[in-house]
Design a protein around this ligand. Structure first.
Ligand code: DAH
Length: 344
């Protein structure tokens, strides 16, 4: 064993390498798992105990020397390949980082929120999983009333006395606000809604709405009309006109559907407005007294208006997108079209 140690020591002293590859080979030869020095450590186990002390010291010394020799060679050798490798040009511009952009639905939702914030509306949010009371009952949809069929509902738990469901409209947040906030109330409620509908160019089972609610003393239909006219002009341009058509919603009386003048053909008639010169943007009306009373508001003292619009619908009109599905498929070719529409 002593001789082997001396032989290795001599070899280490003589050791010369000219490439990093050779250094690595030497490391493996002496210190690798099956290396010569490693083998000596194995052999050390068989050394009689009275000699262990001396051999142990020598062996450790040998390992130390071998390690430092290899380290020394490693740090002094510059391979030809390494030396001739092209130096990095640190003055080169870096690789651009691809920045994401906001989703078109988020952009429009924010735009709607910003417009109403300017008019003094607060923003309210509510849960997406709701109960029957907030989505239907408190909004004047009596049980088994055919109006419930207007919105095909996804039930989370059915057959219970109080089933949970995915909200079919953000009007549920109206109810939550009326139940908890002091009067007067002026809020908008943006959020995601769910309907059990077949997916097509014009319908999806998930989409976004913004609900609006204003309750105070002496709120009239004229106030509603003015608020919507101002919104439409901010959203679609200063020369936009609106018209209201009578409609029906259980929670408003009277109810109306709102159209804006087509900003593409300026009312002359085109294929976006289907030749009518008008585009439908929302439903609205005066909050039904039953709805106020269901949330504990005295309908003799207070009145209010409400409206609800689909964010995707507004986005489709704004950018003349003719298929709703584009907003849900996350195709980067479509989404990147809107990167410049994002305000920072
Ligand atoms: N909740 C209605 C829907 O989902 C939209 C709506 C219409 C909301 C009229 C309102 C309203 O607040 O007054 O179709």
């Amino acid at each position: 064993m002593k001789e082997t140690i001396e032989k290795i020591l001599a070899e280490l002293n003589e050791l010369k390498c000219s490439t990093q590859k050779e250094v690595e080979e030497a490391r493996v030869r002496f210190l690798g798992k099956k290396g010569e020095i490693t083998a000596l450590f194995e052999e050390f186990r068989t050394v009689p105990s009275e000699m262990k002390r001396e051999f142990g010291k020598t062996l450790n010394e040998l390992k130390k020397q071998a390690t430092s020799k290899i380290e020394e060679l490693k740090s002094t050798i510059t391979d030809k390949e390494t030396a001739s490798a092209p130096k990095q040009d640190l003055s080169m511009p870096g690789d651009p980082i691809a920045l994401g952009s906001r989703h078109p639905v988020s952009i429009v939702r924010q735009e709607i929120v910003d417009i109403f914030r300017k008019f003094g509306y607060d923003v309210a949010e509510g849960p997406e999983i709701e109960d029957d009371w907030h989505v239907f009952e408190a909004l004047n949809f009596p049980p088994n009333h055919p109006a419930r069929e207007m919105q095909d509902t996804f039930f989370v738990s059915n057959g219970h006395l109080n089933p949970l469901l995915l909200r079919t409209h953000t009007s549920s947040v109206q109810v939550r606000t009326m139940e908890t906030q002091p009067l007067p109330i002026r809020v908008i409620c943006p959020g995601r809604v769910f309907r059990n509908e077949a997916i097509s160019a014009r319908a999806h089972c998930i989409f976004h709405q913004v609900e609006g609610l204003y309750i105070d003393k002496n709120v009239s239909f004229a106030d509603l009309k003015q608020a919507i006219l101002l919104f439409a002009r901010e959203m679609f341009g200063a020369d936009t006109e609106i018209r209201m058509r009578p409609s029906y919603f259980p929670f408003t009386e009277p109810s109306a559907e709102v159209d804006v003048s087509c900003n593409i053909c300026k009312g002359k008639g085109c294929n976006i407005c289907k030749g009518t010169g008008w585009l439908e943007i929302m439903g609205c009306g005066m909050v039904d007294p039953n709805v106020l009373e269901a949330s504990g508001i005295d309908s003799k003292q207070y009145s209010g208006f409400a409206f609800g619009m689909g964010v995707e619908r507004i986005a489709m009109l704004k950018w003349q997108v003719n298929d709703l599905r584009h907003y849900f498929e996350n195709d980067l070719r479509f989404l990147s079209e809107f990167s410049t529409a994002t305000e920072v």
